[in-house]
Design a protein. Structure first.
Length: 566
């Protein structure tokens, strides 16, 4: 780790804002009955200090180890950020959990991390989750916690009322462990990725050289703060630059929350960018929109109206990541006047790796590597390897897995196949382990084919599968509008005809061994709750194989290009 400027460490940033801008409103939190609660830097600092004093007292009374782990199980809210800061100020390590996890996974993470306490906050599915929290684990509730949690656990407000603020400026060193980020994982058991305060400080400094932010910016926090991108962009970006964070209240209010925030910087996963596009097309069909955008004056008005309706009319930097962004989708937003910068990274490197350059059309790539980061392609496997000071310390309690991911020279094995062109632009071409072999002995890389399939508006998510089959298959989840269309005989026929043509177009650009025998359409939603989707909206391939695998061969033998599965 290079010498890190102490002023860039997380707690130092908080102390700076307490002194320089105590009265500036920096958090806007929806509460009950549509009301808003705002927090200034002075109020944030006061609450953090009071909770930190309580945590330190608890640790001393109960004999916690110096780097004791404290969990946060909550949807995004102001108290989530303040909890993390209080944990650090008290001298401990935070363990965020996705707010959509099943009880079994919650218990697994709390047990594996050895969590001494858990903040139980804003949650939609607490009834199904609470059995995962051990009965003897102390917990603290928030104002927005479920009623049952508020009844069973002491509240944040009560603790802050009786606790005196922790004085001074307690500091954590750059090489100290800050957090365990448990990967959501498309396969296997979540692993606790260890990141230090120095990892965050170096990584954010690097990111800000590519995409600048300041205290004048506004951001909406809605993707799980347990995810690495939201953690770096929202939490550490907020601490470093002092911008204003708005929180989304619920799925039902998301559109209004976005319009309230009118973010100047906005990051989202491809699935939501597709949802926005589908919402526009529902009111303005694609062909008509294309005609209107082609008219000079009318096109400018249409662009402004659409972006204002979405709440993105003030957005100066838009980005996407966590999964591949379809090229056609990127081109659509560019025509709308909102170019999306595609980023690439992973939990193990704090998502500080690649992003396309603003004001340059680098569509189809994830852009050049960030300054100060080394990358190379393994000549045998085609795997992307990278090395930087944002790379994890390792997997918690997993030395063998750590050695598999990090070699002796510090190169992180990303698991992604990639190529780098003469301009230094990186193109992700699939997962090394996602490759499968057909019965003809030919390897198929599913990711590029999935990108082509997912370009159709009727398809919300898709997977290409077919290990040991003669030809691969596409399995696609229909979007809500397509499900409604398929509910009638005529609608299903129209959908089948359109997707049959789409499949022909996809196959025309594939090698013979890659061409899909059929496109299988499922109407049952793939969700986090039923295990098909990770909390970051990636499809779990092992779940697809588990539920549908026994039918693959039969679907291929039907010799129907489009197969409906109800």
């Amino acid at each position: 780790m290079p010498q890190i400027d102490r002023a860039t460490l997380a707690l130092s940033c908080l102390y700076r804002w307490e002194q320089e801008a105590p009265d500036r409103v920096v958090l806007t939190q929806p509460v009950a009955n549509g009301q808003l609660r705002e927090f200034t830097w002075a109020q944030v600092g006061d609450q953090v200090r009071r909770m930190a004093a309580h945590l330190r007292q608890q640790g001393q009374a109960q004999g916690w180890e110096p780097d004791a782990k404290i969990a946060i199980l909550s949807k995004n809210c102001a108290w989530w950020l303040m909890s993390d800061l209080a944990i650090w100020m008290a001298g401990y390590v935070s363990v965020p959990l996705y707010p959509t996890l099943a009880a079994e996974t919650i218990r697994q993470i709390l047990t594996h991390s050895g969590a001494r306490l858990c903040f139980v906050g804003k949650l939609d599915g607490w009834e199904g989750m609470k059995s995962g929290v051990p009965e003897d684990l102390p917990c603290i509730s928030y104002e927005l916690s479920p009623a049952d949690a508020r009844a069973h656990y002491e509240s944040w407000d009560a603790i802050c009322r009786r606790s005196e603020p922790l004085p001074g400026q307690p500091q954590r060193e750059a090489d100290e462990l800050a957090t365990l980020i448990y990967t959501s994982g498309t396969t296997g058991t979540p692993k606790g990725v260890m990141h230090s305060f120095g990892n965050f400080a170096w990584g954010l400094s690097t990111a800000l050289r590519r995409a600048s932010m300041s205290s004048d910016d506004r951001l909406l926090s809605y993707l799980p703060l347990a995810h690495v991108v939201e953690r770096v962009l929202i939490e550490h970006g907020w601490l470093r630059t002092g911008f204003h964070v708005f929180f989304a209240d619920s799925l039902d209010t998301f559109a209004a929350d976005l319009r309230r925030a009118r973010p100047t910087v906005f990051f989202s996963v491809p699935r939501l960018w597709v949802k926005f596009q589908q919402g526009v097309h529902a009111k303005l069909p694609e062909a008509k929109l294309k005609r209107l955008l082609a008219l000079p004056l009318v096109g400018a008005l249409v662009r402004r109206k659409i972006l204002k309706t979405l709440g993105l009319d003030q957005c100066r930097f838009a980005a996407g990541g966590a999964a591949p962004m379809p090229v056609a989708l990127l081109q659509w937003y560019r025509r709308l006047g909102l170019p999306i910068n595609e980023g690439y990274g992973m939990t193990e490197n704090l998502a500080i790796s690649h992003i396309t350059l603003p004001d340059q059309d680098q569509t189809g790539t994830v852009g050049p590597v960030y300054e100060g980061i080394e990358v190379r392609i393994d000549p045998d496997s085609g795997e992307l390897l990278m090395r930087s000071h944002a790379v994890m310390q390792g997997y918690y309690k997993e030395p063998l897995l750590t050695r598999e991911a990090l070699d002796a020279d510090g190169w992180l094995h990303t698991g992604d196949k990639a190529s780098i062109d003469a301009q230094g632009l990186t193109r992700i071409t699939g997962r090394v382990k996602d490759l499968f072999k057909t019965s003809k002995g030919k390897y198929v890389a599913p990711a590029p084919i999935e990108d082509k399939l997912g370009a159709h508006n009727a398809i919300e998510a898709c997977v290409v599968a077919g290990a040991n089959l003669g030809q691969p298959l596409g399995i696609a989840m229909l979007c809500a509008e397509a499900v409604n269309l398929a509910a009638t005989v005529q609608g299903r026929a129209e959908l089948a005809a359109a997707l049959s043509l789409h499949l022909d177009g996809v196959n025309a650009h594939l090698d013979p061994h890659e061409q899909l025998d059929a496109l299988v359409l499922v109407s049952t939603p793939w969700s986090v709750d039923n295990g098909f989707i990770t909390p970051t909206f990636k499809v779990r391939r092992n779940r697809i194989d588990e539920i549908y695998g026994a039918h693959f061969e039969g679907w291929g033998e039907r010799r129907e290009k489009v197969v409906f599965v109800d």
